[in-house]
Design a protein around this ligand. Structure first.
Ligand code: CTP
Ligand code: MG
Length: 230
């Protein structure tokens, strides 16, 4: 199916503790954000892409991609969900229709493979709800007590880590996100807004190395992995 993409890139990257938002740190000769955009820009089924940036972001205008006509901008908000909602409103201006698919993908996830992207599109093409790339929990899981000791071991057989892209129909996603934000529900990914609206997004197993760059060691790991890509 044809699809639109929203890339939330308006975070500050506090856990990364770098001198700039993490999406602008270097990876194999370019910024993380440029690699992330590349995952989508040449895809034959892409209808359009919206990049959500902090108001006054000084880094994006310096990059070659800033003049790429395939990339439309939207203003980010205080929380990730606010940024995504702003991106959806921009998609509306660009002509997105109710039933169109929208893929939301973190700017800080530059290692998405074309295989995983196409698998998501394929597995969800006829799905009534949509879904997300996700990875089954690998390690044994512990619930911590207040004293910093193990309170219990959690059954991991039904636990998955939510990745992106997350893929939903434009109207359903827009309504669920807007309603959840008004209701003050904590929405850390798109799926949780749909869940709050009573829907059950489908889990599509993806590669664990489509990781979100969150802490310095994540970037160290990816730089090492990509050291032959320069
Ligand atoms: N994001 C956004 N708008 C926000 C907050 C986050 O567009 N108000 C984006 C980030 O730029 C990132 C993605 O959402 O691409 C995932 O968020 P996260 O990994 O939490 O990034 P940051 O919020 O930047 O990092 P931190 O939480 O460590 O500050
Ligand atoms: Mg954050």
């Amino acid at each position: 199916p044809a699809f639109w993409v929203v890339i939330p890139a308006a975070g500050v990257g506090s856990r990364m503790r770098a001198d700039r938002p993490k999406q602008y740190l270097q990876l194999a000769g370019r910024t993380i954000l440029e690699h992330t955009l590349d995952c989508f820009l040449d895809h034959p089924q892409l209808k359009g892409l919206v990049l959500c940036l902090s108001v006054g972001d000084p880094y994006w205008p310096e990059l070659p991609g800033a003049s790429d006509p395939r990339i439309q901008r939207a203003d980010g908000g205080n929380e990730r969900a606010d940024s995504v909602l702003s991106g959806l409103l921009r998609l509306l201006e660009l002509g997105a229709q109710e039933d169109d698919w929208v893929l939301v993908h973190d700017a800080a996830r530059p290692n998405l493979s074309r295989h995983d992207l196409d698998q998501l599109l394929l597995e969800l093409a006829d799905d009534p709800v949509g879904g997300l790339l996700a990875v089954p929990a690998r390690d044994t899981l512990k619930r911590a007590g207040a004293d910093g000791r193990v309170a219990e071991t959690v059954d991991r057989s039904q636990i998955w880590q939510a990745y992106t892209p997350q893929m939903f129909h434009f109207a359903a996603l827009h309504r669920a996100l807007a309603d959840a934000l008004v209701a003050g529900v904590a929405v850390t990914d798109e799926a949780s807004a749909l869940e709050w609206a009573g829907l059950a997004p489908r889990l599509v197993e993806g590669r664990a190395d489509n990781l979100k760059i969150t802490r310095p060691e994540d970037l160290d790991w990816l730089r090492q992995r990509w050291s032959n890509k320069v």
